[in-house]
Design a protein around this ligand. Sequence first.
Ligand code: GDP
Ligand code: FE
Ligand code: FE
Ligand code: FE
Length: 187
Amino acid sequence: MDRNQALERVKPELTEHRFVHTIGVMETAIDLAMRYGADVKKAELAAVFHDFAKFRPKSEMKQIIIEQNLGSELLLHNEELWHAPVGAYLVEKEVGIVDSEILNAIRFHTSGRPDMTLLEKIIYVADYIEPGRHFPGVEEVRELAQKSLNEALIKAIQNTVVFLMKKKQPIYPDTFLTYNDLVKNLE
Ligand code: GDP
Ligand code: FE
Ligand code: FE
Ligand code: FE
């Protein structure tokens, strides 16, 4: 599947705003893949489809999480987390992508996980720093991403956790597990 076919396939699934975001993630992921020596075509495809399930009805996502055993813990947490694992499932089922590296980059793009692969880190960071993102702290993560993907990821998770805590929102445990794993490996 080439880039244009992929973009044509994802476009009707998204709003115009989210489609523009997706193109920003794609371009950023390609840059990071070249910089850090990841597979550029896989980064491109994972980025194009990372938010594939973003606008599926909550009821459909909930049903998929239950029926496909994507983890009951997810259902206790913010619905915003659901589109990542559900997206990985639907991209395989409806788009026909079977590459597990691409599917895992989609699956873990919101929470991360311990022992993230290079491709997973690239999609996570690209999603956070693409040029359409404008929030406090994003510029610092953009700069970190030029020198260290791990440092960029740690800062992005810190920002997300602080942001959620200020709103007194619960933090998904995998977010902390990802953070702990990254800082442990710095030592
Ligand atoms: P997007 O799909 O491009 O908007 O970006 P993401 O998939 O990275 O994030 C979707 C939403 O999930 C954002 O609003 C984050 O704040 C939220 N989110 C990320 N991590 C956590 C978490 O650990 N707990 C909760 N409750 N929300 C989170
Ligand atoms: Fe997302
Ligand atoms: Fe993200
Ligand atoms: Fe996104």
